[in-house]
Design a protein around this ligand. Structure first.
Ligand SMILES: [Fe+2]
Ligand SMILES: [Fe+2]
Length: 393
């Protein structure tokens, strides 16, 4: 190894010792006076950053409410599966304008949809757009300040980008139909005029607010309970409300209508499946690390939330399908599907089921589920990767 200063130490040793000296000098120069020290709010429970702050050790890292370590460092990775989820999600990133929309535009503008189908579509895209705004807003305002594992913060950052991409998808769909801003606005605004949808949106917003305005210190049992309730309500959003919304459009696509929109929704659904998997993992991990909060009353609350979500979805169904459904999608079957998903949520959370459903009332929706390779409409879609066009055989 080359030795530049003839001092008998290797260049790398020399560099290290010089660097350490410079580092110490710079550090002492940079050390802020006590009165000017500011806390940078990474997670509200963290101490202000100071010179020589402790590197995290895996033993100290907690998924929520961790203290005494600098959260800005990506190592050590304590929860390897969370990083895997981030890498998988990144591999699956897609863009709405890769999906051709010509067939849907033609159908929309040549009266191929019945009045009931048009109403279903309009209310659908209106509610889903509001929902895809609610989820990242909840992440940033309620969830993020509690998360004290760097890899989970990374995953949630990526999730927020995906939610933004979903909103872009809804906008792109309406734009591609040729609707001007006024036409788009009338559709996007619909959920605000429908009491059943307003209540459904507010149901999630109320729990976001209760966490965001919480006075209890982060990491305390009271704070963790509020957080858990919020996470369960958004788990229900991504695992129940979203797929039920997608089914409305998949039912149209089965009849050969709005198939391009259904393709967009299949990609969104794949993302939502990953988001709900992550939400469930987070809920279970918080419980594992804070077993005291998962007591009888919290379990009862979780079960009640599932019931409330299914009731809200039932009211939603009647509001958007006032004639008892459309051909291929009877409201009765739709509600059974909501109950089936609700029971799955109960099972996943380890609480007794509410509706005692046995079999999937709409098994056909798996045709619209994207895996790496899946039968889809009359063709097959190959694995989609960033930078390539969607490839349909
Ligand atoms: Fe989304
Ligand atoms: Fe999502």
């Amino acid at each position: 190894m080359l030795d530049f200063d003839n001092s008998g130490t290797s260049s790398s040793d020399h560099f290290s010792s010089t660097y350490r000296r410079i580092d110490r000098r710079t550090a002492s120069r940079r050390k802020p006076k006590k009165s000017t020290t500011k806390s940078i709010p990474v997670a509200s429970s963290l101490d202000p950053i100071s010179i020589g702050a402790k590197r995290p050790s895996a033993d100290n890292i907690k998924i929520v409410g961790g203290k005494g370590y600098d959260l800005r460092q990506p190592i050590p990775i304590k929860y390897a599966s969370v990083r895997e989820r981030f890498l998988d999600a990144r591999k699956n990133f897609w863009t709405p304008n890769d999906i051709p929309m010509g067939e849907d535009k033609l159908q929309w503008n040549t009266g191929k949809l019945t009045e009931a189908e048009q109403w279903l579509f309009k209310t659908n895209i209106s509610y889903l757009t509001a929902g895809d705004n609610l989820v990242p807003d909840n992440l940033v305002n309620a969830i993020f300040p509690h998360i004290t594992a760097n890899e989970m913060r990374q995953y949630l950052r990526w999730q927020m980008a995906e939610e933004a991409n979903h909103i872009e998808s809804y906008l792109f769909i309406l734009e591609s139909f040729g609707l001007d801003e006024q036409g788009q606005g009338q559709i996007f605004n619909l959920y605000q005029d429908m009491p059943d949808l307003v209540d459904k949106v507010n149901w999630n917003l109320t729990v976001t607010s209760s966490v965001a305005t919480l006075k209890a210190p982060i990491g305390s049992p009271e704070s963790n309970r509020a957080l858990l309730e919020d996470l369960i309500s958004y788990y229900l959003f991504e695992y129940l409300f979203f797929p039920l919304g997608f089914v409305q459009i998949f039912a149209l696509a089965r009849k050969g209508k709005l198939r391009n929109t259904a393709q967009q929704y299949s990609y969104i659904w794949r993302d939502e499946q990953n988001h709900s998997n992550n939400a469930l993992w987070l809920i279970l991990q918080i419980i594992k690390e804070n077993p005291g909060i998962w007591d009888a009353s919290m379990k009862k609350r979780a079960q009640r939330m599932v019931d409330e979500a299914v009731q809200l979805e039932t009211r939603h169904a009647h509001a958007v399908m006032p004639d008892g459904g459309i051909v291929g999608l009877p409201v009765k079957t739709y509600i059974k599907f909501a109950q089936f998903v609700g029971d799955n949520v109960c099972k996943n959370l380890g609480v007794p089921t509410l509706f005692h459903t046995r079999s999937h009332p709409m098994p056909w929706i798996s045709e619209y589920e994207l895996n790496h390779e899946v039968n889809f409409f009359e063709g097959r879609v190959r694995e989609y990767q960033t930078g390539s066009q969607l490839n349909w055989d």
